[in-house]
Ligand binder design. Structure first.
Ligand code: G3P
Length: 216
């Protein structure tokens, strides 16, 4: 499974890239807004660090505008830029238009298997079900991931699932069990995935015992 970081913070992205496990980055206007920098600055810096898909959100509400934005962004990093397109009728049209131009798309704000089916049929490169936001309204967010993975497999779509709105390490475990292609994970959760109290206790004990070994 591929691991993306869900962040526009360059220090977080640099840090996780240094772990050797990072396959891509997803951003959104909320994440970029938190950095206090422009979208262009963030994306240009991320492109220097990560050689993998970098999702950038389209802001237009009509298909023509979204395609135009996609074409402009693709000039910044033709190999890796992926245009995040919100799930809507105009969004579906934009996905079709961008696919024709060989620009990758990530259909975002997906909350149902039917939305995913339509996005895949329109030619989306990626589909992002937002699991945490479904959990927030008392639906099992991960349930739709299982359905979507099955739908894509049944009909051999080349679209990949990005499990998004990940809030805790269990979301990632479930994503892997279900065979999701990718999870986009906030920095805090990536760190939680590394940690285990028994690992810390074990490291401490080995270090203490090492100090007790007689030196030659
Ligand atoms: O990748 C989508 C993500 O950024 C949304 O996460 O926590 O705002 O629901 P959240």
């Amino acid at each position: 499974m591929k691991i993306f970081i869900d962040s526009a913070d360059i220090n977080e992205i640099k840090e996780v890239a240094s772990w050797g496990i990072l396959d891509g980055v997803t951003t959104n206007p909320t994440l970029v807004c938190k950095t206090g920098r422009s979208f262009e600055e963030c994306v240009s810096d991320i492109s220097k660090i990560v050689d993998g898909s970098i999702s950038v959100e389209a802001i237009s509400t009509d298909a023509e505008g979204m395609v135009k934005e996609g074409v402009e962004w693709a000039k910044v990093n033709p190999k890796n830029i992926t245009i995040k397109i919100p799930m809507s009728i105009e969004g579906l049209k934009a996905v079709k238009g961008l696919r024709a131009k060989k620009i990758m798309t990530n259909v975002t704000l997906v909350f149902s298997p039917n939305q995913a089916l339509l996005a895949a049929k329109a030619g989306a490169t990626f589909i992002s079900p937002f699991v945490g936001r479904l959990d927030d309204i008392s639906h099992f967010g991960m349930e739709i991931v299982g359905d979507i993975v099955q739908i894509l497999k049944n009909y051999e779509f080349d679209t990949e699932v990005i499990v998004a709105s990940v809030r805790n390490p269990l979301h990632v475990v479930e994503a892997v069990r279900m065979g999701a292609h990718i999870a986009t994970i906030p920095f805090k959760v990536l760190k939680q995935m590394v940690e285990h109290p028994l690992t810390d206790i074990g490291i401490k004990k080995f270090f203490e015992d090492y100090k007790k070994i007689p030196k030659k």
